[in-house]
Ligand binder design. Sequence first.
Ligand code: UGA
Length: 365
Amino acid sequence: MKIVILGCGGFVGSHLLDKLLANDQNEIIGWDPDRRKIEKHLLNKRLTLHERYVDDPETQDDLRQAVANSDVVINLAAICNPAEYNTNPVSVIRSNLFDVYPVVQLCVEYKRWLISFSTSEVYGRTLASYVTDETYDDPALYELNEDSTPLVMGPISNQRWTYACAKQMVERLVYAHHKEDGLPFTIVRPLNFFGPRMDYIAHRPSDGIPRVLACFMGALLHRQPMQLVDGGTALRTVVSIYEAVDAVCRMLERPEQCNGQIFNIGNRANEVSMATLADKMRKTYARITSDPSYLTHPIVDVTARNFYGAGYEDCDRRMPNTDKARDILGWQPKIALDDILYDTMLSFHEEFGVKRQQPVTLAGE
Ligand code: UGA
């Protein structure tokens, strides 16, 4: 297949390249200004990398030509770090919505299949969190179904929702072009993919705040307390990046069945509160390092306002219904959370653990 991948140098893109380039029938033209996570593929003749942002004016002719000659366009380019949604909202809206618009237009013009990476955040908060004070008695009030669950977000002043809104707008745009112009599309809603190369380890406050896995990992590496936002009661389901990428490959094998479909890609069996995640991670790191002191590594509470600043509001729970992925893709994730954590944390340990940094001041302190 001829595959265009926008944002091919990020966490998901790097794993997708590992898998797609292993098949010598695939040719990939990728865009990403950052090559660090995909260095090992740069000499592969079946990968052409444009080290630019998608909206770079210099690259528009190449992009048009690549889309025109492709079988499928996969858009992974995004700012998807919650710490930025309320602190950098204009850039979040611009990169996740307006920068994507020309790509959607090109796919419409050339009738090319667009696999658009969206987010589980389009669901917003669960209905349960509004009507039953988060007791979650009724699955209809919390389970996330691709084609029937309402999308519920907080007020405009809670800028956490800038990202979710921008992504939802792209979904609606893609869907509208599908209906009006016959654009072939598939939307992927990822639910907390974890694995090696996720985000980055912050070494100083100016590095910003990555997602929770990298935050907790960084705290362990720097021997700083792990910080639990608002008591760590938020729930997430974690799926292995390897299984997530496998789901995308199964989509690529089924263009007709996947046309017009939205897929939750997550693992229902791996639901965990952030408080439990912190505890599991310190125990896992004690195993990896054979250092029992990590078993009691400090975990402290911090308010969302102190950690993320004003305008942060959390998604309370994300329990995906994944029946559609099972039925259409034959996909059922199996890798357990403990195994995902061990594999992921070992890779971070091998990269950073040997050269521990001096203690630093973390966000929220
Ligand atoms: C993010 C993105 O917004 C989603 O688009 C994306 O789909 C999702 O990650 C993902 O990885 O799939 P979220 O799960 O809220 O969403 O991101 P995290 O930053 O990983 O936060 C998860 C939870 O951990 C939140 O409750 C957060 O407050 C908490 N947290 C984070 C801590 O308790 N401590 C930390 O140090 C960092």
